[in-house]
Design a protein around this ligand. Structure first.
Ligand code: ZN
Length: 260
């Protein structure tokens, strides 16, 4: 810590500068595998769609399909839907292992919401064709599947490199390390393994690992508030944990060079 006057001319405070999150080689390999599964399932979904379109294409718009044919079409569309959602689920998993950076907003959105785009590709053409061929029931069901499949394929907790690095820094700042605890069904990660929220009679297994691991495996996005408060307190008592010694309670002339 310098004793010199610091003139802030804008930009982040120095301690806020975080190292960018980089997925490990192992995580990247896992992500690649999940992306391959997603691609295969999505291609199969589109193959199912093409199958349904072939049936519709051959149909005379003035002659209604037989009930059996209609049922067959709906079953094919259902298979299309299942393959789409399965593919999207692998795709979302892959992004947890190797998240995109949110610096490029368009690329970030495309990578995280690619499943929604595939939902449109896997259903919109068949919806249009069904209506052209006056198969309104089939068309309406396909439209419903497109909306449902799109909603199931969207990522509502899209991971970003910046988020991973921010969450990791927070834990490192509090504890001096990068190790957290979580449970199978928990929605938060914890700093202390004896936190009352996880150390209960209902829990028989506690997992531990880095913040990124909690995200990769369980998509846990939140730090437990109880643990956070406790860590803040312990850090203040110790006069700062491990890495940085910043007295929190004491007023320090050099700590905050705020001058107007
Ligand atoms: Zn906790």
């Amino acid at each position: 810590m310098t004793t010199k006057k610091i003139t802030n001319v804008g930009g982040d405070d120095a301690p806020q500068q975080r190292p960018a999150f980089v997925a490990t080689a192992e995580a990247k390999a896992q992500a690649k595998q999940f992306r391959l599964y997603a691609a295969i399932l999505w291609i199969l979904a589109i193959v199912a769609e093409i199958g349904a379109m072939v049936i519709l294409f051959k149909k005379d718009p003035e002659i209604a399909l037989s009930t059996g044919m209609r049922v067959a079409l709906i079953v094919i569309l259902l298979i299309d839907l299942i393959l789409l959602i399965a593919g999207s689920s692998f795709w979302k998993k892959s992004n947890r292992f190797d998240p995109a950076s949110n610096r490029d907003a368009l690329k970030f959105m495309l990578q995280n919401q690619l499943g929604v785009v595939v939902a449109a590709i896997a259903f919109l053409p068949v919806v249009i064709l069904a209506f052209i061929k006056k198969e309104y029931l089939v068309g309406a069901i396909a439209a419903l599947f497109m909306v449902g499949g799109g909603a199931a394929s969207a990522d509502y907790h899209a991971p970003s490199q910046e988020q991973y690095s921010q969450q990791t820094s927070r834990v490192q700042d509090l504890t001096g390390g990068n190790n957290v605890y979580w449970t199978k069904s928990g929605t938060k990660y914890h700093i202390y393994q004896d936190c009352p929220h996880i150390n209960t009679s209902r829990t028989d297994e506690i997992f531990s690992g880095t913040v990124a691991k909690a995200r990769e495996l369980k998509n846990i996005t939140e730090l437990c508030k109880t643990c956070e408060a406790r860590a803040e307190k312990e850090k203040a008592l110790k006069g700062g944990a491990g890495v940085q010694s910043q007295p929190i309670a004491l007023p320090d002339a050099n700590a905050k060079p705020e001058k107007k």
